[in-house]
Design a protein around this ligand. Sequence first.
Ligand code: ADP
Ligand code: MG
Length: 175
Amino acid sequence: MNNKFSSKSAVSKSKYYPVYLSFGSNINNRKRNIEKALAELARNNINQIKISSYYKTSPVGPEQRDFYNLVGKFKTYLTPKELLNRIKEIENYLGRVKTVKWGPRIIDMDILFYSNKIIKEKKLTVPHKEIQNRLFILQPLNEISPNLIHPIYKKQIKTLLKITLTKFNDTVTKI
Ligand code: ADP
Ligand code: MG
């Protein structure tokens, strides 16, 4: 049984799930911060399936540097809670190398979708509750998975993007 030809079911301990994560940075080398986050995920066995281009987003409101944003599809064996803890650890790890002063974050990583699960817990809401309000999420998502269906709204990403484009006019530019 434990030779290398043993059946797949005998060796696989648990199932993996597709997840979508978002990344944002507006401090220091913004692209590099996101690259580092992607590398940390890979080191943590959260494997990349596909990633969007980088997008530049002008924040509305008080003067702040533009954000760089990206979304990616990954596969993971972690449960939703474990995944949240892991991305928080990575955020802390990447943040630790920089200034202690409070300010915009070096890296923000959020769970957008975890398969088609709907989770409403104190510390975790999936799908992420702002997807339908954020062009900087919908535009990169539409680039990699336009036909993905939002499990609550039951609409495809390309449809949600069309609706959101009529409501908001922040500038999100592919770079
Ligand atoms: P924000 O992402 O809203 O700018 P934070 O990254 O500090 O702010 O997240 C605040 C809290 O949001 C996290 O500590 C986490 O417990 C909670 N949270 C709820 N749902 C999610 C999600 N889908 N992805 C990431 N964090 C989430
Ligand atoms: Mg966050």
